[in-house]
Write a protein that binds this ligand. Structure first.
Ligand code: GN1
Ligand code: MG
Length: 569
């Protein structure tokens, strides 16, 4: 036993020596894992590999490691750990992740690993084995970082790293979840599950609407010059009834990842991505981010081909909620003899403070419970998992629908009963649709590919054009700005990030400015992925929202900015 521990100790120490901490850097486990310039992340990724192996040992299950910096510039990279259920690593481990990432030298890193393992009751030395699925996006630093992650994993005796290759973030999370369910996990299985459940939903569209010529089957998708476009090219070969054209796919090799393209660019700037123009006016367009866990829709506006009508995550959420609520109602409608057992379900919606106020009003009017959490999927997902059907979406297009195990068992039971007693009835079809949605939509994390297919199936079911969807409600005009400050950690917020506690006086200034505008709402918070403070403002006109955001940005700059002229973007 002792010799096993000694072997483990020296393996870890020798490996850690290969990945020295870059001078002067501090790494924090932000909104979605560690992010930094890709060339500075070798030690962080190596250490995250070690941590992932510990997580796998602790849980006795497979975990995931994804190397991506999502919508950030191509030179950045990042790493995050997926827990056995496919969700984000438990927040309880984040402080240890940070401590390990910042241990000043190999010796202290190894000591930390051993003491953390002891605290968590993890036995080291190879008594138990760990398994970690690795994935990366298309960034040029990805390959070297993947090797560092492997070395971190292999520095824990008995651990195995399985390289899933270049995948979207949601694919990797999906694979981890499925692996722990003991079912097939290959990329092909992923494509098959999505295409089959999509086909099932399309087959359940009301007759007549399917052939309604008013719905244009054409859909143009911006792949952000990243991994999502390539995967969609593969998936679309299995899809019937959709005419998808992919632009800005990394395979085409023309553009730079996330530069002038992608869901973040489109949603934050409300502009069309590169390679979209006047020829696309009026067509249904969608955009993924660099690792394809975000999805927004848009339409090039008639008046100015650079500006767009945006359909953001809030409106995707609203479309899904409307559809699902209708299916539950149909399912629970009694037949003529009053024979239908009602399927009780707790349905809830989770948003962040960035959700457009008009969407929240709409969802509440639908009779849904709406909860608000801080920014970041880790918060939204956890809250949504409290419901039988929990919807969550960030305005930027990251979101999904979660079904509780218990509800799915009851739903399957009900569907089986109906197949026996009332096959082909509207209630039976509604049950089948709900089951198909639970298979199509990624239960691990928001997924642009599966989200896109669900949007398309729901529009088809409703017989809706993009215009019908846009008219679901009118967005309140809003504006987001970024302010560069000397130290973003000086801003401390509360109340789901809607109120500033520190620096003292800033909240009063925000309240004062907000009070000047009709339907004004404004908040500021430090980004967890970029070195900036984000300012969000909403008001009854675009000019008012712009002006509120600008004046609050100046207050942020006054309280926290550099002494040199400020930087507002
Ligand atoms: C306003 C905004 O879009 N914030 C994004 C962004 O986080 P920040 O902490 O705001 O930088 O990246 C996160 C990870 O992708 C995403 O979850 C979040 O919604
Ligand atoms: Mg992303």
């Amino acid at each position: 036993m002792e010799s096993m521990m000694a072997e483990q100790h020296s393996l870890l120490l020798n490996s850690a020596r290969l990945f020295p901490l870059p001078h002067g850097m501090i790494f924090s486990y932000g909104t979605a894992g560690f992010r930094a310039d890709g060339s500075k992340l070798l030690s962080t990724v190596f250490r995250a590999g070690v941590l992932a192996a510990l997580r796998s040992l602790r849980t006795g299950s497979t975990v995931g490691l994804m190397i991506t910096a999502s919508h950030n510039p191509i030179g950045d990279n990042g790493i995050k750990i997926a827990d056995p259920d496919g969700g984000m690593m438990t927040q309880d481990w984040e402080p240890s992740a940070e401590a390990l990432a910042n241990a000043p030298d190999p010796q202290s890193f190894v000591e930390l690993v051993f003491s953390f393992a002891k605290e968590e009751g993890i036995s080291l030395g190879g008594e138990r084995s760990a398994e970690i699925l690795l994935g990366r996006d298309t960034r040029p630093t990805g390959e070297a970082l993947l090797q560092a992650a492997k070395q971190g994993i292999e520095a824990i005796v008995g651990s195995v790293a399985l390289d899933m290759g270049v995948v979207t973030t949601p694919q990797l999370h999906w694979m981890v979840r499925r692996k722990n369910m003991g079912v097939r996990t290959s990329e092909n299985d992923y494509f098959m599950q999505l295409s089959e459940s999509f086909r099932c939903l399309m087959n359940l569209c009301p007759k007549g609407i399917e052939t309604n010529g008013s719905i244009d089957s054409r859909l143009i998708v911006d792949g952000a010059n990243g991994v999502g476009g390539d995967k969609l090219e593969q998936l679309k070969k299995l899809l019937l009834g959709l005419n998808i054209q992919v632009r800005n796919s990394s395979k085409h090799g023309q553009g730079i990842l996330n530069e002038g393209v992608g869901a973040d660019y489109v949603q934050k700037g409300r502009v069309s991505p590169c390679c979209f123009g006047p020829k696309d006016i009026g067509l249904r367009c969608a955009s993924f981010d660099g690792d394809a866990d975000r999805l927004v829709y848009f339409r090039i506006s008639e008046a100015n081909s650079n500006s767009i009508d945006l359909v953001d995550g809030d409106k995707i959420l609203s479309l899904f909620a409307l559809f699902m609520k209708e299916q539950l109602q149909i399912l629970n409608k009694s037949d003529s003899q009053g024979l239908n057992d009602v399927l009780i379900s707790r349905v809830g919606v989770v948003q962040t403070a960035y959700a457009n106020g008009a969407s929240t009003d709409y969802l509440k009017k639908l009779g849904l419970e709406v909860a608000v959490t801080p920014t970041g999927v880790k918060y939204l997902h956890k809250k949504a998992a409290e419901y039988d059907i929990g919807f969550y979406f960030e305005a930027n297009g990251h979101g999904t629908i979660l079904f509780s195990e218990d509800f799915l068992i009851k739903l399957q039971g009900k569907s089986n009963d109906l197949a026996f007693s009332n096959a082909g009835s509207e209630s039976h079809k509604a049950a089948l649709r709900l089951l198909a949605v639970s298979k199509l939509i990624n239960q691990a994390v928001g997924d642009a590919l599966s989200g896109l297919l669900l949007v398309e199936a729901v529009l088809q079911y409703m017989g809706w054009s993009l215009q019908n969807w846009i008219e679901l409600y009118d967005d309140l005009p809003s504006r987001q700005l970024k302010v560069k400050v000397a130290d973003r950690s000086a801003v401390i917020t509360t109340n789901a990030e809607t109120q500033v506690l520190q620096p003292y006086g800033l909240q009063e200034a925000i309240d004062f400015e907000t009070g000047k505008y009709h339907r004004g709402r404004c908040f500021v918070r430090p980004s967890g992925t970029e070195d900036i403070i984000r300012v969000y403002a909403e008001a009854s006109s675009q000019e008012a929202a712009d002006s509120l955001a600008r004046s609050v940005s100046h207050h942020v700059d006054r309280f926290l900015g550099f002494k040199t002229p400020h930087h507002l973007t």
